[in-house]
Design a binder for this molecule. Structure first.
Ligand SMILES: [Zn+2]
Length: 334
């Protein structure tokens, strides 16, 4: 990494001179949580001190009174608990390490979905009938979905969904097919409001204060406690406990509005990893569908094969080459 790090340092400190104009650089970092914490020399998302931006610990999550702000400074990064290694890119200030909007949606959706499934398991409803209903409902909204068991294992696996499919489920899945009506209504409201917050997050001109307010309100709904129904002994079940809050939920509620404010010139969506993920998906698809997986002529490495394919595509794109070749002319020679 050192030549790259040196180059970034030079770009930041001296800029780049092109045709007698000195260009200055502002550096930003955006990736999913895992890569971000590796580059920051920070511990994993399931550790006690999990937030790259503030000093919250898992225990602090129980009371949600504190208004957590971006408080760490890159210059003092190794003084905070959980920062075990020197960060790779300490030339980028911490408020330029921007959480990725795509992973916020993907991971919070995963949590909401798994909370519904574990609720079904808790009340012993997660049987064949229920699983069939889920698959049927997924089909209705146009999402390919399956449950299966691995050999010798007792746990049910299910299709891991792509981003677009997750959004479809978030918007359109009828929870009433698998949950009692009141329960379905409650969880639907939580899902709808998350979907709304997520759409607002991606708007360039959305008011950060309004966003903060709505996100905190949503967390309040997420943490709805059980309630005794007046004049009866019955208890109306609330939603989820503070232990169900994930690091991405913490970031959505406490840090995103700040990032919106600091980077309002671009909007948070400008730092989205969605294009990178798309590229990754295309290359994985190419690997499985079109490459020889390293077993082609002379065992050419698959990475080289993909790079050559990329460079051919770029050549066609930039040189405006007609990609469909005309049919060969037939000549009859007597
Ligand atoms: Zn934090």
């Amino acid at each position: 990494m050192s030549p790259f790090i040196q180059e970034l340092n030079d770009l930041k400190n001296y800029g780049l001179k092109i045709n007698n104009i000195i260009w200055k650089f502002e550096l930003y970092f955006s990736s999913d949580w895992k890569f971000l914490s590796i580059c920051l020399g920070f511990n994993a998302a399931n550790s006690n001190y999990f937030c790259p931006w503030c000093q919250i610990s898992k225990h602090d999550q129980v009371n949600n009174q504190t208004n957590w702000k971006i408080s760490k400074k890159m210059e003092k990064i190794n003084e905070y608990p959980g920062h075990s290694k020197k960060p790779l890119f300490n030339m980028i200030s911490l408020d330029h390490w921007i959480p990725d909007e795509l992973h916020i949606m993907l991971r919070i959706f995963d949590r909401l979905w798994s909370l519904v499934l574990s609720e079904l398991k808790d009340v012993d409803q997660f049987d064949n009938v229920c699983r069939n209903e889920i698959v049927k409902e997924m089909n209705r909204i146009g999402v390919r979905f399956q449950f299966w068991k691995e050999n010798g294992s007792n746990t049910w696996n299910y299709t891991s969904l792509m981003g677009n499919d997750k959004l479809k489920v978030l918007k359109d899945f009828n929870l009433g097919q698998i949950l009692p009506p009141l329960r379905a209504k409650k969880i639907r409201e939580l899902w709808d409001r998350f979907n709304l917050i997520y759409s607002n997050l991606k708007l360039k001109d959305y008011d950060p204060h309004q966003f903060q307010f709505e996100a905190e309100d949503w967390l309040g709904l997420f943490l709805t406690p059980d309630r005794v129904i007046p004049n009866s002994n019955r208890i109306e079940k609330g939603l989820y406990s503070p232990s169900a809050i994930t690091p991405y939920i913490h970031v959505l509620v406490y840090h995103i509005s700040e990032f919106m404010e600091i980077h309002k010139q671009w909007g948070v969506k400008a730092f989205s990893c969605a294009p990178v993920e798309k590229k990754n998906h295309q290359q994985v698809t190419y690997f499985f569908r079109q490459s020889f997986k390293g077993r082609g002529s002379k065992h050419k490495s698959v990475i080289k094969e993909i790079l050559e394919y990329e460079s051919r595509s770029l050549f066609y794109l930039f040189d405006d080459v007609v990609t469909s070749t005309p049919k060969p002319k037939k000549l009859n020679i007597f």
